[in-house]
Design a protein around this ligand. Structure first.
Ligand code: ATR
Length: 286
């Protein structure tokens, strides 16, 4: 018998190059199952050369996708090629979430929202601070700076190995943002209530430099956007120095929420079951 609901089964993607390590299909797959939605979300690898064609095909409706996530190295191209990027993605120059609306590709960037939601969930009250220190000045750093500036943090120190990159961000994100070289770290940490690592330092078991967090306020939060391992060397050091720590896994989970809602019409919840699904997957691939 013909099922008229068939017409409304939505299909979404995550694209990157490579994309096979993405955990997004696990996240969205969990929510689809939880809601009993007959849609799909799958990894779809696209080379940088083929990405403009892929965007055109989405727009023409020939892929069958109603939208999806975009990861490295396509985030900047996704922003440039989208028909209607929103203000958040425009300021970042990068998009991670796309959806089709009336034949146009709309785009946003949900990394900053994911970052904030993770801290709100796991370090309630963290935003009663006036000063934050961000280590790193790459793509992830931009989303974090934008998010905490928009939340009202008055002073944001960006510390980077290559100070010019930090200066570019200070120019882009306005007077709240101050650029520094690594040498300034001890000085800028003093009195700060939030420390964020946005670099790959300590990722996948790589060693990380020792950081003295003693200048931070006593109730300061230290967080890392790296989530493999869950407790990075930086987080371990901060914990040993008596500070509150928040791992980066929640950012990954929370950044997925707005996309799911756009493609499938229901707002999912980040819960412990989902977190455990991803942790088990990380353990399987350790
Ligand atoms: P992403 O988009 O994931 O943030 P990125 O643009 O490559 O990645 O940025 C990586 C960040 O990690 C940069 O701030 C980089 O510093 P540089 O701008 O000087 O390259 C920082 N980083 C990477 N490896 C580092 C290391 N060994 N020591 C200090 N900083 C490092």
């Amino acid at each position: 018998m013909h099922d008229s609901r068939e017409t409304f089964v939505n299909h979404a993607f995550v694209t990157g190059y490579p994309v096979k390590h993405s955990r997004s299909p696990l996240i969205h797959g969990h929510w689809l199952k939880q809601f009993g939605i007959r849609g799909s979300y799958r990894a779809h690898e696209v080379t940088p050369e083929a990405f403009p064609d892929f965007m055109r095909q989405i727009k023409e409706g020939t892929t069958g996708f109603c939208g999806g996530n975009v990861t490295i190295p396509h985030k900047e191209a996704a922003f440039r090629l989208a028909d209607r990027p929103d203000e958040l993605s425009a300021e970042l120059g990068a998009a991670n979430t796309l959806w089709l609306e009336n034949g146009k590709i709309r785009a946003t960037n949900t990394d900053g929202r994911g970052f904030l939601a993770n801290l709100d969930e796991r370090a309630r009250g963290w935003d009663r601070i006036s000063t934050a220190v961000i280590l790193g000045a790459g793509g992830a750093s931009r989303a974090v700076i934008q998010a905490i500036r928009d939340r009202g943090v008055k002073t944001i120190h960006v510390v980077n190995r290559t100070p010019e990159r930090a200066r570019e961000l200070a120019d882009r994100f306005g007077t709240a943002v101050h650029a520094h070289s690594l040498a300034a770290l001890p000085e800028v940490v003093s009195g700060a209530g939030l420390f964020v690592n946005t670099t790959s330092l300590g990722m996948d078991g790589e060693p990380a430099p020792a950081i003295d967090f003693s200048g931070l306020t006593p109730d300061a939060v230290v967080t890392d956007i790296v989530y493999v391992p869950l407790k990075t060397p930086l987080l371990r050091q901060a914990e040993e120095q008596g500070l509150r720590i928040v791992d980066g896994l929640g950012m990954l989970l929370h950044q997925a929420v707005p996309g799911f809602e756009k493609w499938f019409g229901l707002r999912p919840v980040v819960d412990e079951t989902l977190r455990q699904i991803i942790i088990s997957d990380m353990e399987r691939h350790a």
